[in-house]
Design a protein. Structure first.
Length: 152
């Protein structure tokens, strides 16, 4: 079937999951619509597609060099903030950042959360990570990669 090789809409896939009798058949028939690659493969593919090298992305992300290389070789799994820092390092759009978060298994940016709204604003304006950090700090929010502040 040619249609099984095409990606389907998320709502269609959800209906198929609920109607399926056999898991194996469901997975096989909808393989093209399900993301199965690991995060390090995805960010390495991003480097290739953008003619980038990990070292530059890591540097622009303001992530520790050793830790960054561990993300690219799959030895470490990133926190949500590290994924966001990588998004800035890659210079991703909002949609591309949401996809990066999905691939990392992290929650998407949600505009009703003040911190996420600031990050969305910064991404939409193509700011770099340092500019985003300044914006977060200027409104009293936890910077990317920092320990959250708790009120006493």
């Amino acid at each position: 079937m040619a249609s099984t090789k095409m990606r389907v809409r998320t709502d269609t896939l959800m209906r198929r999951i609920f109607k399926a009798e056999q898991l194996d058949d469901l997975l096989r028939q909808n393989e093209a619509s399900m993301e199965t690659g690991d995060f390090c493969s995805y960010i390495n593919e991003l480097c290739v597609s953008r003619c980038e090298v990990p070292e530059r992305v890591i540097r622009r992300s303001e992530i520790d060099r050793t830790y960054g290389h561990q993300l690219f070789n799959g030895a470490r799994h990133p926190s949500r903030d590290k994924v966001l820092q990588l998004a800035f390092g890659f210079g991703l759009t909002v949609d591309e950042t949401q996809q990066l978060l999905r691939r990392a298994g992290k929650s998407l940016l949600y505009p009703r959360l003040k911190r996420d709204a600031v990050i969305l604003f910064c991404l939409s304006k193509s700011m770099n990570v340092l500019e985003a950090q300044e914006r977060l700090a200027s409104v009293g929010l936890t910077q990317l990669g920092s320990v959250p502040k708790y009120d006493d």
